[in-house]
Ligand binder design. Structure first.
Ligand SMILES: [Zn+2]
Length: 175
């Protein structure tokens, strides 16, 4: 007797998740930043622009935004598994978010990344508003100073112009 189709689908998805976890473990590692920012995610190899650095996997959905959640849509927030949940914010990020087949975001290199460098994403590319920290600790050249969400970004910001934002925000910016 053949395996029911639904069971096949479930087992393929399970393999897929295991594969994603393996890729993440090969691509990055979680280390202490040695600063106020606590732990961060660091590249374990070199990456070219366009390469997926971290595959996001949902841990669970949450009703309200938390300091660690990712906004997927209006009123839709998710906690991601490690290492994605550990990725720190930077106003000059190395990663952009792209929706993936797990209903989470992949984190894609938007510039060349060398092994050993901390990889960061811009909080405002997924979060419409910001909760928790009020001052940005990223210390990049173009730091916006305050930790704020998409609602405070100028509409000509490079991350918006390049389309490196959550789809619901890109649609909002165009509308
Ligand atoms: Zn900053």
């Amino acid at each position: 007797m053949s395996t029911p189709i639904i069971n096949k689908r479930v087992s393929i998805l399970r393999d897929d998740v295991a594969c994603a976890k393996q890729l993440n473990a090969r691509n990055v590692r979680v280390l202490n930043t040695g600063s106020d920012r606590g732990h961060g995610v660091f590249a374990s190899r070199d990456f070219l622009p366009g390469e997926i650095v971290i595959i996001g996997l949902i841990d669970r959905m949450v009703r309200n935004r938390t300091t660690n959640s990712f906004q997927m849509d209006w009123n839709v927030h998710a906690l991601f598994q490690k290492p994605a949940v550990i990725v720190n914010h930077s106003c000059h990020p190395k990663l952009a978010i792209v929706p993936n087949r797990f209903g989470a975001y992949d984190f894609v290199a938007i510039e060349q990344i060398s092994s050993g460098v901390e990889v960061t994403w811009d909080y405002a590319t997924s979060e419409f508003e910001c909760v928790g920290v009020s001052v940005c600790l990223c210390s990049s050249d173009n730091c916006r100073g305050e930790a704020a969400g998409f609602s405070k970004l100028p509409r000509d910001h490079p991350m918006i112009v390049s389309g490196f934002c959550a789809p619901y925000l890109t649609k909002f910016a165009k509308g």
